[in-house]
Design a protein around this ligand. Structure first.
Ligand SMILES: C[S@@+](CC[C@H](N)C(=O)[O-])C[C@H]1O[C@@H](n2cnc3c(N)ncnc32)[C@H](O)[C@@H]1O
Length: 203
């Protein structure tokens, strides 16, 4: 099958499976490989519209868990009672706003992506800014041992972000899912085993 044919087939499959977007298969693939999501977890999903990752996270964590999505656009799907959504600009959201849903999270997902302009260096710079914010929030909100998955358009400064993740987690790496189009510049930065934040120095 051609690449275009595979993309169309994934789109039809997502509709059939009741998911809002075919990007769900990228998360499903990473989840299968790295065993990220489990019943009872608290999950934060940054850049959640139209909602397929959030739907998948709700399914995986189940009624004893919690899945919270954030996006500048409204969600296009309805969620079960253990799913929540905050419509907000990621660059303006504070960790405190997200602690209102749960004091800390087991997993932070970020599929956030800017509206592309076709000007490659501008798109990469905006993607890096958004993903760096997602990583900052993850480092403030994850529980020790927690996991991070964050999409970014690969570019020269992405290495620095990967190094930050490698330093903060016992396993940090870049991953390109099979379900991601080969011509796409996107990669996913993965962190597993978040190291505990050092306690603030007492004065
Ligand atoms: C590729 S889509 C996410 C798809 C989603 N994971 C799914 O499976 O349905 C990227 C999202 O990032 C969001 N986004 C872009 N800039 C944002 C910002 N500044 N704040 C919040 N969300 C933003 C877009 O609105 C878009 O919905």
């Amino acid at each position: 099958m051609t690449r275009r044919g595979q993309t169309d087939a994934r789109y039809r499959q997502a509709k059939q499976d009741g998911f809002a977007a075919r990007s769900v298969y990228k998360l499903a693939e990473m989840d299968k490989r790295y065993q990220l999501l489990r019943p009872g977890q608290r999950v934060l999903d940054l850049g959640a519209h139209p909602g397929s990752w959030l739907q998948y996270a709700c399914e995986k964590v189940g009624p004893s868990g919690l899945a919270v999505g954030v996006d500048i656009q409204p969600l296009a799907v309805s969620l079960p009672s253990w799913g929540r959504f905050l419509q907000a600009d990621l660059l303006g959201v504070e960790a405190e706003d997200l602690r209102a849903f749960a004091p800390a999270y087991d997993v932070v997902l970020s599929d956030v992506a800017p509206r592309t302009t076709g000007v490659m260096h501008a798109d990469m710079a905006r993607s890096l800014e958004l993903t760096a914010r997602a990583v900052d929030l993850a480092l403030m909100l994850l529980k020790p041992g927690g996991s991070l998955v964050a999409k970014v358009y690969f570019g020269p400064e992405v290495e620095d972000l990967i190094h930050r993740v490698k330093a903060a987690f016992t396993l940090g790496k870049a991953h390109k899912p099979e379900a991601s189009r080969s011509q796409s510049k996107e990669i996913y930065i993965l962190g597993r085993g978040f190291k505990a934040r050092p306690a603030p120095a007492s004065s």
